[in-house]
Ligand binder design. Structure first.
Ligand code: PEP
Length: 256
């Protein structure tokens, strides 16, 4: 039996936005989701602004079904780590989620799988849900190593104690992030199915069937429906298009 997974549409604002834009974007989305339907939403919506906007965006989302997330956290709860933010602080600020292991952090900050795993574990311990990002580079795909790379990253980054309730996986081919080049439905489904198989081995059939696997990489209103209709794609992690309320909402609606 195929498990019913409630799709998640998550927006990663990256290092973009000032207070005014952030508030406007967040309150526009909050209005959309309120307008949509009374009762249960057919999908979850999450926005992950930069640290500096978490307070303002959290206030704009107050009382709405749109959830708040951060883009990274430290592995420790507190201490001498200048410039870093702990998962406990994010929880205290009202965050529901945190993204860990985004390819930009893996590249810019040399984050290893072990570090991503430790961050995810710290986040879960603090009561947050995590979105663990994995994905191959173009050179790895061209070398025929796509599945092996994603399996290795998943094995190395999956937190101890991961369940479908506290962990979401995001498959983000690095070559598709911010490039306008999107995975074809066949490419996306192939990797998502391989991730699901690896989750079955790691967590057992029941938990793996419930765990959401998001696609990320140049998701736009005109390609979202096709991608999100795939059997093992349970929503999207959206970068550029999440900065425009109209586009992000169109992507979310294409899920229904
Ligand atoms: C991302 O950074 O998570 C992402 C998917 O970016 P974009 O949608 O801009 O490719």
């Amino acid at each position: 039996m195929i498990a019913k997974r409630c799709p998640l549409i998550a927006g990663n604002w990256k290092m973009n936005g000032l207070k005014k834009d952030g508030r406007t974007l967040a309150s526009t989305l909050a209005k959309h989701i309120k307008k949509k339907k009374k009762g249960k939403q057919p999908f979850g919506m999450l926005i992950c602004p930069p640290f500096t906007l978490l307070g303002a965006v959290g206030a704009a989302l107050k009382g709405s079904a749109v959830m708040l997330g951060a883009q990274d956290c430290h592995i420790s709860e507190s201490g001498a780590h200048t410039g870093d933010i702990s998962a406990k602080m994010l929880k205290d600020l009202g965050c529901d989620y945190v993204i860990v292991g985004h390819s930009e952090r893996r590249a810019d900050h040399k984050e290893s799988n072990a570090m991503v795993k430790a961050k995810a574990e710290a986040a879960i311990k603090a009561g947050l849900k995590v979105i663990v990002c994995i994905g191959e580079t173009l050179a790895q795909r061209d070398a025929g190593r796509t599945i092996a790379v994603n399996h290795r990253q998943l094995r190395g980054s999956l937190p101890e104690g991961a369940t479908a309730a506290n962990t979401v996986i995001a498959y983000e081919p690095v070559w598709a992030i911010g490039t306008g080049r999107v995975a074809t439905p066949d490419q996306a489904q192939e990797v998502h199915a391989a991730i699901r198989s690896a989750l079955i081995r790691a967590l057992g059939e029941k938990e793996a069937a419930k765990m959401r696997i998001l696609y990320g990489g140049s998701m736009k209103p005109d390609n979202a429906k096709e991608l999100m209709a795939l059997e093992d794609v349970d929503g999207g992690l959206v970068g550029g298009a999440s900065l425009k309320a109209k586009d992000f909402w169109a992507i979310a609606k294409s899920q229904t």
